[in-house]
Design a protein around this ligand. Structure first.
Ligand SMILES: C[S@@+](CC[C@H](N)C(=O)[O-])C[C@H]1O[C@@H](n2cnc3c(N)ncnc32)[C@H](O)[C@@H]1O
Length: 329
C-alpha cells in the first residue's frame, strides 16, 4: 500500500508546527548509536518513522529506513493515563510503576513511586485532591467503566493549566450512539458536581460541557491502550505473573499521541510493550522495509477470523482487510 501525500489542509490540521517539534514533543527519541561513550555524548537520532495518509485506513505510520527485527523504534510518554481501579493501591498514581505500600499507607490515599512522579503529578493532583470523588467512582465502578477516569484526569490537567482542552482533538474519534451520550451526561454531571463542590469557579469549568466530554471519550474509546507491564527483572516477572492470576492484569489505561497513529494488522510487523511503567516502547517484530507501513495488533491475534472481525467492528468500527483476514486465516 503506497502512502498518499498529506493534503495541505490535512497537514495543517495534523501538524500545526514543524515535524521537528512533533519529533521532540510527542515521543522520546531513541538512539541507534552507542550512548555508553561518555566522552562524546551522542544526540538521539530521530525515530525512523513518519505519519502519512494510507489509502484506506486514514493516517498510518511508515518506516523511513529499514528497521531491524527487535529494534526499539521509539518510546512514547502518555498524554493522559490512569491506574485501573483494582491497581490504585498497588501502582504509582503517575507512572503506574508497581509500588510497595509504605507502612503508614491509608485507604483512599494514592501512591507515588518517586519524588519526581509526585512532582509531575501536581499537574492534576492539586486539583483532584480537593474534590470528593466517591459518587463518581461508585458510578463508574458499578458499571465497570474505566475510561471516565482518563477524562477526569484530563479535566484536572486542563484546570491546572498543564494540558489544553483540545489536546486529544487530533486523534480519531469513535462514533457515539445517543445511548452512549446520555450515559456520558450522567458521568459528566458527577464529574462537574465534584469539582464545583470543591470550590471550582464556573469560569474554570467553562470547557467542561457535554461536547468536550463526549469528544474526549470518543477519542479515548478508539485510542486508549490497556497497560500490562512486562517487568524487567526475574523477580518482577514472577510478581507480575502472580498478580495477573489473582486479579486484573492491566495496571491502567493510557492515551498517547504517536502510538495512536499505528493502524491494525492481525499479523503485525510491530508491537507495543510496557516494561516497568506507562512509558510505551514500540518495537519491530520483524524486518521492516523503508516505505512499509508499521502496524500493531489491537486485539488477541490468536482468535479466529470471525471473532477478530467482530471485535474490531464493534470496538473500533472498521472491517479489517489485512492479508491474514483476506486469506480467511
Ligand atoms: C488508533 S486509530 C489508527 C490511526 C487512524 N488511522 C487515524 O487516522 O488516526 C484506529 C482507527 O484507524 C482505522 N484503522 C486501523 N486499522 C485499520 C485497518 N486494518 N483497516 C481499516 N481501518 C483501520 C480505523 O478507522 C480505526 O478505528
Amino acid at each position: 500500500m503506497l502512502p498518499l501525500h498529506l493534503s495541505r489542509h490535512f497537514a495543517h490540521r495534523c501538524f500545526p508546527r514543524s515535524n521537528l517539534l512533533l519529533t521532540s514533543y510527542f515521543f522520546s527519541t531513541t538512539s541507534t548509536t552507542d550512548d555508553r561513550h561518555e566522552s562524546k555524548p551522542s544526540q538521539p537520532s530521530p525515530p525512523p518513522i513518519q505519519v502519512l495518509l494510507t489509502e484506506s485506513a486514514g493516517r498510518g505510520v511508515f518506516a523511513t529506513r529499514t528497521i531491524e527485527p527487535g529494534e526499539l523504534i521509539h518510546t512514547a510518554k502518555p498524554l493522559v493515563s490512569h491506574p485501573s481501579i483494582s491497581s490504585i493501591d498497588k501502582v504509582c498514581y503517575f507512572c503506574l510503576n508497581n509500588t510497595p505500600q509504605p507502612s503508614d499507607f491509608q485507604p483512599h490515599k494514592v501512591l507515588f513511586c518517586s519524588e519526581e512522579c509526585r512532582e509531575q503529578a501536581k499537574g492534576f493532583y492539586e486539583v483532584e485532591k480537593e474534590a470528593d470523588w466517591s459518587e463518581f467512582v461508585a458510578h463508574c465502578r458499578t458499571r465497570g467503566l474505566k475510561y471516565p477516569f482518563l477524562a477526569k484526569r484530563l479535566a484536572c490537567m486542563v484546570i491546572s493549566g498543564v494540558a489544553s482542552a483540545d489536546s486529544l482533538d487530533i486523534l480519531q474519534p469513535a462514533r457515539l450512539s445517543p445511548e452512549m451520550i446520555s450515559q456520558m451526561e450522567e458521568e459528566l454531571c458527577l464529574l462537574r458536581g465534584a469539582l464545583e463542590d470543591s470550590g471550582m469557579k464556573g469560569k474554570q469549568l467553562t470547557f467542561l460541557n457535554i461536547e468536550w466530554y463526549a469528544g474526549v471519550l470518543a477519542r479515548i474509546r478508539i485510542n486508549a491502550f490497556r497497560i500490562e507491564l512486562a517487568g524487567n527483572t526475574y523477580e518482577g516477572l514472577l510478581a507480575l505473573a502472580a498478580a495477573s492470576v489473582e486479579s486484573e492484569a492491566a495496571v491502567g489505561n493510557a492515551v498517547y499521541m504517536l502510538p495512536s497513529f499505528y493502524n491494525h494488522d492481525c499479523d503485525p510487523n510491530s508491537h507495543i510493550v510496557w516494561v516497568e511503567n506507562v512509558e510505551a516502547r514500540l518495537k519491530a517484530l520483524r524486518e521492516i522495509e523503508a516505505g512499509e507501513e508499521l502496524r500493531i495488533c489491537y486485539i488477541d491475534a490468536s482468535m479466529d477470523r470471525d471473532a477478530r472481525q467482530n471485535l474490531l467492528s464493534n470496538g473500533f468500527g472498521f472491517e479489517c482487510n489485512c492479508p491474514r483476514c483476506m486469506s480467511n486465516d
